[in-house]
Design a protein around this ligand. Structure first.
Ligand code: IPD
Ligand code: CA
Ligand code: CA
Length: 261
């Protein structure tokens, strides 16, 4: 039942995204420059809530636009009604709905759905990860120098040692391709599907990564914070890889240089 509610909730949010996409909608600004929220984010969130509340009215909800709906429950739904809002607002079809279910502090289910390219990613703790119901696995690349990576940048500049631009510069100067798609949930799923060998980002929120990190782990990948400790979506840093380049990427994110072949 949890799984079918999750799937229906992701589909409901995605249907709203499709309805608004490339049409007219109101756009407003949140904290930071170009940190947008559109009418469609709120409408998607509402549609997702309706599905979940119908089946589980007493579950805890944490969602980007509405914040926390605290309930005394072992289950928490972590929702990003549109991940990749800037892309969405510009008519770029790299955006999705991301929903995860946490039980007693452990992520057990995750769904990421991009209706524009018809990709539905799903992960269940202990049961693997799928793209449109077909099993997916991470890539086999063993060298960071030969990897294709993806990252994202926060809405407000992070002036800190080994900040996003320093790490990006180290990788680009070494000739490593690093893409920037604008949706952390899709970045993670594309690592899970073996399209990218690794992803890192300096400042994410729980709703950006909760579903995607489980999908990467269930596809055989490794996910950690910058200190290489067990990943928690309630802190900002993430490194998600195929496992084989993980140690090398952790080193570079912490200021290390790339070992050439
Ligand atoms: C953003 C995207 C982006 C990441 C930002 C997130 P939003 O989410 O995931 O890739 O770089 O940090 O805030 O605002 O589009 O839901
Ligand atoms: Ca997001
Ligand atoms: Ca969002």
């Amino acid at each position: 039942m949890l799984k079918s509610t999750l799937i229906r909730a992701a589909e409901a949010g995605a249907a709203v995204m499709q309805r608004y996409f490339q049409g007219e909608f109101k756009i407003s600004n949140k904290e930071g420059i170009n940190n947008l929220v559109t009418e469609a984010d709120h409408a998607s969130e509402k549609a997702i809530f309706e599905v979940i509340k119908e089946d589980y009215p007493d579950h805890y909800l944490l969602s980007e636009e509405a914040g926390e709906i605290k309930m005394d429950s072992n289950y928490k739904w972590i929702i990003d009604p549109i991940d990749g809002t800037v892309n969405f607002a510009h008519g770029l079809p790299i955006c999705c709905v991301s929903i995860a279910v946490e039980q007693d502090g452990e992520m057990i289910l995750g769904a990421v759905y991009n209706p524009f390219i018809k990709e539905f990613y799903f992960g269940q703790r202990g049961y693997g990860a799928t793209l449109n119901d077909k099993k997916i696995t991470v890539s086999n690349e063993t060298s960071l120098a030969k990897s294709c990576l993806v990252t994202g940048f926060p809405y407000s500049y992070l002036d800190q040692p080994n900040g996003p631009l320093e790490v990006f510069s180290t990788l680009i100067r070494a000739g490593v391709p690093v893409r920037r798609l604008g949706s952390a949930a899709i970045d993670l799923c594309w690592v899970a599907a073996g399209r990218f060998d690794g992803f890192y980002e300096h400042k994410l929120q729980a709703w950006d990564s909760a579903a995607g990190f489980l999908i990467v782990e269930e596809a055989g990948g490794r996910v950690s914070d910058f200190a290489d400790a067990r990943y928690s979506p309630y802190q900002p840093h993430i490194i998600a890889t195929n496992g084989k380049i993980h140690d090398e990427l952790v080193d570079v994110v912490n200021g290390g240089k790339i070992t050439q072949l």
